[in-house]
Ligand binder design. Structure first.
Ligand SMILES: [Zn+2]
Length: 428
């Protein structure tokens, strides 16, 4: 009895100490952010962000009206690079895969902090991206996700120049290509895997509210499954292998096992998003295909659900070949069309603590969350990285009816600037 009492007391004491430690830790960052926000040139940058509002909206529309489907981002990247150059960056370049990058040199240059937004949109070539205004609302595919993100970068740079803010670390302003869908984080993967750039911390701007801070990378694996056979007349060639029959069986087996598997453990999802194949009702199809997306917080679960898919497709292949009465065998191709890593940056990391303190400074309760953005690549390599919101008010992302309103939009720009300057250290 006594023992229980003592351990309960101890437990309460330890819990109390750890809450106290967390509290003093967050107080420490809040005090630091408060102090930074009062610096004369930070105040001046905040004012410039407000003064720049008409220019920010004008360039937002201008940039959005340049189409940027996956693999066709070059024109928009070039315009963005030109805007960064005229805003006062020390050097600007387009890298090998098409990312638009601007360097603003720091006074010490020992560290490199990057702020990023993606240039590409989910919309195919030929989509009407002309901006329509109804009252205060801007309508156009890509207007929020993520042309607004690019505008945050540009206005932050303009305001830093106008207010003559100097940071100790070098800052990279990075417009990435291939973030969406089958782009598979192409731009960000190139920067961290091949470009040779050394980046110490990374801030992506992508997402809505400024209180939401993504510090965890949601992993995904994507496949295109293709079954192929000889094809033939439905009556005359009856008994040939049928790719659609096999694909349907594969999807069924996958669904049964994947459903069981995802009921427990870390959150894991799966979706057969597209299927196709065949030529006519009275032809045995010569091919059938499907596209499958699987996601998880855990890399082990992602490996497991991937193996469930491989087993299900193989089972369907073997079965269909057993049922064959004549003709050649059915063939299966599994093409990996996407792989995004998992990972977490500890909430104790200073970048995350600073972003949370900045959110509180602007009256928002910070929410740590999980997402799949350009920040996933640095997160998976344990490089401090977050994704913050682009602000304003928007909706219908990834649809033709996408809209965005500049409702207190300047706050998101001030928020991004404050996170960036605190991470890059204001020069004394
Ligand atoms: Zn986006």
């Amino acid at each position: 009895m006594t023992k229980i009492k003592v351990s309960a007391f101890l437990f309460a004491f330890i819990a109390c100490i750890s809450t106290f430690a967390q509290k003093t830790n967050s107080d420490k960052y809040s005090t630091e952010i408060e102090k930074l926000s009062k610096q004369r040139n930070v105040q001046s940058a905040f004012e410039h962000i407000l003064l720049l509002e008409p220019q920010t909206i004008k360039d937002h529309i201008l940039l959005n009206e340049i189409p940027a489907p996956n693999l066709l981002e070059a024109k928009k990247a070039l315009k963005f690079a030109e805007l960064l150059r005229t805003a006062g960056a020390d050097s600007v370049w387009i890298d090998k895969v098409g990312n638009a990058i601007a360097l603003r040199k720091g006074t010490k240059g020992k560290r490199v902090v990057a702020i990023n937004a993606h240039i590409d949109t989910v919309f195919p070539e030929g989509t009407d991206v002309i901006v329509k205004m109804k009252g205060d609302t801007l309508y156009s595919p890509g207007i929020g996700d993520n042309t607004r993100g690019l505008m945050i970068l540009l206005t932050v740079l303009r305001a830093m120049e106008a207010a003559d803010i100097k940071t100790e670390a070098d800052i990279l302003f990075v417009g990435t290509v291939g973030e969406e869908g089958l782009g598979d984080l192409r731009g960000s993967k190139y920067i961290f895997n091949e470009s040779g750039l050394k980046i110490d911390s990374w801030i992506s701007v992508d997402g809505e509210s400024i209180g939401s801070i993504v510090h965890e990378a949601l992993g995904s694996v994507r496949y295109r499954i293709i079954f192929e056979g000889p094809g033939g007349h439905s009556w005359g060639a009856f008994g040939y292998v049928n790719p659609i029959h096999a694909l349907s069986a594969a999807i069924h087996y996958f669904d049964i096992d994947a459903n069981d598997f995802t009921k427990q453990g870390p959150k894991t999802s799966y979706n057969v998003g597209r299927i196709g194949g065949g030529t006519s009702i009275n032809s045995i199809p010569y091919n059938a295909w499907a596209e499958v997306d699987m996601r998880s917080e855990s890399s082990e679960s992602l490996d497991e659900i991937e193996s469930i898919l491989l087993k299900a497709t193989n089972k369907a292949l073997v079965e269909q070949n057993k049922m064959k009465r004549s003709g050649s065998d059915l063939k299966l191709q599994l093409i990996a069309v996407g792989k995004r890593p998992t990972g977490t940056i500890s909430p104790d990391a200073s970048l995350i603590q600073k972003a949370m303190a900045v959110a509180r400074f602007f009256g928002e309760e910070p929410q740590l969350s999980i997402g799949s953005t350009d920040a996933s690549i640095p997160i998976s390599r344990n490089i401090p990285a977050i994704t913050i919101g682009r602000g304003g008010k928007g909706g219908a992302n990834h649809s033709l009816g996408e809209w965005w309103i500049n409702k207190d939009g300047h706050i998101a720009i001030q928020y991004a600037l404050l996170v960036l300057v605190s991470e890059a250290d204001l020069s004394k």
